[in-house]
Design a protein around this ligand. Structure first.
Ligand SMILES: NC(=O)c1ccc[n+]([C@@H]2O[C@H](COP(=O)([O-])OP(=O)(O)OC[C@H]3O[C@@H](n4cnc5c(N)ncnc54)[C@H](O)[C@@H]3O)[C@@H](O)[C@H]2O)c1
Length: 317
């Protein structure tokens, strides 16, 4: 059995390969080819944290995986990262465990990849400005993956803690082929961007409907519980909404659940799963003026896809 660290994953796994693998994973999911039970979430109220257990079996990839991932937003005050994760990969033929790997980087890679696949089908082809709200661990992966499918002239970043945005822009700039500027507020980012990514730990909306111009694409990857949302409900209700999984979004995503509870939309307002769009079963963006929202809660099949890329680079079957 192999034991790997996040550093190994970062060194071995090319972002662009994960984007391709995750697109295939979304297609397979929408075709019903995988066994992906809903994840189990344990809310550790006493310590303001959530621990998620995410299993799946992907016959096409020849692996079964399970990830344990914890999200502890108040870890920052203890000098610890918000998210910690590990993935276990088993051989479905024998049940033998092939690999155990730290999975912060793997999670970053596959979450960035989901945003990239969504942008490929939902963002305007002429998108020139990318805006990012939330400059924590996910931020780097969001931009590295997104710039495999879009060629922005400029990236605007912000965070509720502006020093983080400052530091992030300095760290990430050398890895991207365009300028990365810090904006003073989410409003200024959203008003100036063609594509907006929200990657925050906020439980309250960070994007207001009135800031969003026609033609904007938004990828909301933060809020992952029914009581948390990053987008104002009326924004979701007026947008073309694509989710990673209908079942998961309707059970877990406050960004989808709240507008339904408020009577602003019904579950039928979800236009498609990303896999259905990638397969061509449902249209992606059809004109320059629609507002599109991709809501990601994060799926086990994305972890399996990224783990397969890792195994291939390790030459493990
Ligand atoms: N969809 C997925 O598949 C997926 C995968 C991994 C993580 N996530 C989620 O993404 C989010 C970010 O994760 P992370 O590991 O980067 O966390 P992090 O703590 O490293 O970063 C979050 C950043 O958001 C900022 N922030 C919080 N509230 C804000 C607000 N109102 N406005 C602007 N910025 C704000 C924080 O200051 C911080 O810099 C979490 O909610 C996490 O659960 C989703």
């Amino acid at each position: 059995m192999l034991l790997l660290t996040d550093e190994d994953v970062e060194r071995l796994v090319p972002v662009a390969e994960v984007v391709k693998a995750v697109e295939k994973a979304f297609k397979n999911l929408s075709l019903g080819r995988d066994i992906t039970p809903l994840r189990t979430r344990i809310n550790v109220k006493a310590h303001d944290g959530d621990i998620l257990f995410m299993p799946c079996y992907v016959p096409d990839l020849g692996i079964a995986t399970v990830k344990i991932v914890s999200v502890y937003p108040s870890n920052a005050s203890k000098g610890l990262p918000t998210t910690h994760a590990a993935v276990v990969v088993a051989d479905p033929e024998t049940g033998v465990v092939k690999l155990v790997t730290e999975a912060r980087a793997l999670t970053g890679l596959r979450t960035g990849a989901a945003t990239a696949v969504a942008a490929k089908y939902l963002a305007r082809r002429d998108s020139r400005v990318i805006g990012l709200v939330g400059c924590g661990y996910q931020a780097k992966w969001q931009l590295l993956a997104l710039t495999t499918v879009l060629s922005p002239a400029k990236i605007l970043v912000t965070d509720i803690i502006l020093e983080r945005a400052d530091q992030f822009s300095k760290d990430i700039s050398p890895h991207l082929g365009c300028e990365v500027l810090v904006a003073a507020s989410a409003e200024s980012v959203v008003r100036s961007s063609d594509v907006v990514v929200t990657a925050t730990t906020s439980k309250e909306p960070v994007v207001k409907d009135e800031w969003v111009a026609q033609g904007t694409h938004i990828s909301a990857i933060g809020a992952f519980t029914p009581d948390a949302n990053e987008l104002e409900p009326k924004l979701v209700a007026r947008a073309k909404v694509v989710v990673d999984s209908r079942q998961a979004a309707l059970s877990e995503a406050g960004d989808i659940i709240k507008p339904i509870q408020m009577g602003l939309m019904t579950a039928d307002h979800i236009h498609a799963e990303l896999g259905e769009v990638a397969l061509g079963h449902k249209p992606g963006r059809v004109n320059e003026s629609e507002v599109t929202v991709f809501k990601s809660v994060g799926l086990a099949v994305q972890d399996a896809a990224a783990a397969r890329v890792l195994l291939d680079h390790l030459r493990v079957k």
